[in-house]
Design a protein around this ligand. Structure first.
Ligand code: CDP
Length: 247
C-alpha cells in the first residue's frame, strides 16, 4: 500500500542504511521449511524477516463440484488468507476484497509452472495462510506455494519465487517491509521462474520512472534467482535425506 511520505520516520539514514539496518539491495533474513503439516499432501513455511506464511497443497484430486473440472487439465485453486492475529489490528476472518484479489494474483503466478495437463478433470488446491504480516505477504505466499507444490509431488516446469522492490525517499530498495511499504513512494511485487525465464507476477503501486522500473525489475529478478536456489536447497535437504534412509 503506497502511502504519503510525510512521516517523521527516517527510512534512509545518512550512511544510506534502511530503518532496519539493511542496505538498499539486501533481502531480509529468509527461512524456508517443507513438510511442515501432517494433513496436507505438500506444505511449506517461508519467512522473510517477520513476515511468516504457510502454504498447504491438496491434490491432484477429484473436485468436489464436478462443474468446475476442465476436460484437458487440472484446475488450480488458490486461497490467500490472513490469519486474524497476523496484523496489528485484528483482521476480520471473513475474506476481504484484497484477499480475493491476492488469491487470483497468486494463482496466476503459479499457473505457468504447474504441468496441469497431466491431470485432466482434477483439482489442485493451494491454501496460503499468512501467520504474521510485515510486508511482502503475496510474494512470500508465492514462494511458499511453489515449495508446497513441489513437496506435494506436483509436476512443475520450474520453481517460482517472489520479492517486492520499493522506492523510499527516492531510493530503490529490495524486499520492502510494512513500514517501507506504508511510507514509501512505490511498491513493485515481482514473481518469476528463472529456470524458464518467465515473470509470472508483476504489479506496481505508486510511481517509478522507466529507468527506476527497469533497475527495480533487475534487482527483483536477481534476488529471485537466489530465492529459487534456496527453495531447491530446501527441497534437496528434505528429499536427499529421505532417499538415503530408504537405501
Ligand atoms: O503483503 P503485501 O505487501 O503483498 O500486500 P500489501 O497489500 O501491499 O500489504 C502490505 C502490508 O500491509 C502487509 O504485508 C501487511 O503487513 C500490512 N497489511 C495489514 O497489516 N493489514 C491488512 N489488512 C493488509 C495489509
Amino acid at each position: 500500500m503506497g502511502g504519503s511520505n510525510k512521516s517523521e520516520v527516517k527510512l534512509i539514514d545518512e550512511s544510506g542504511k534502511r530503518h532496519d539496518g539493511r542496505s538498499p539491495e539486501d533481502l531480509r533474513p529468509i527461512r524456508m521449511e517443507v513438510g511442515v503439516l501432517n494433513n496436507a499432501n505438500g506444505s511449506a513455511l517461508v519467512e522473510f524477516g517477520r513476515t511468516r506464511v504457510i502454504a498447504a497443497v491438496y491434490g491432484p484430486k477429484e473436485p468436489p463440484q464436478k462443474y468446475v473440472a476442465l476436460p484437458d487439465r487440472a484446475i488450480l485453486r488458490v486461497r490467500y488468507h490472513m490469519a486474524p492475529f497476523s496484523t496489528e489490528d485484528r483482521k476480520s476472518p471473513a475474506p476481504s476484497r484484497r484477499e480475493i484479489e491476492l488469491s487470483k494474483v497468486i494463482r496466476e503466478a503459479l499457473e505457468p509452472v504447474v504441468i496441469s495437463e497431466l491431470y485432466p478433470r482434477a483439482a489442485i488446491d493451494v491454501f496460503v495462510e499468512v501467520l504474521q504480516a510485515d510486508g511482502g505477504t503475496r510474494t512470500t505466499g508465492v514462494t511458499a506455494a511453489s515449495l508446497a507444490l513441489a513437496d506435494a509431488g506436483i509436476p512443475m516446469r520450474a520453481l517460482v519465487g517472489g520479492v517486492a522492490v520499493g522506492k523510499v525517499e527516492g531510493v530503490l530498495v529490495l524486499d520492502i517491509d510494512e513500514v517501507e511499504d506504508n511510507l514509501g513512494e512505490a511498491d513493485m511485487p515481482v514473481a518469476a521462474a528463472p529456470d524458464i525465464n518467465k515473470v509470472t507476477l508483476l504489479q506496481l503501486n505508486g510511481v517509478l520512472t522507466q529507468e527506476e522500473f527497469e533497475r527495480g525489475l533487475e534487482m527483483a529478478l536477481n534476488a529471485i534467482k537466489k530465492i529459487v536456489e534456496m527453495e531447491k536447497e530446501t527441497l534437496r535437504n528434505k528429499y536427499s535425506k529421505v532417499s538415503l534412509e530408504e537405501v
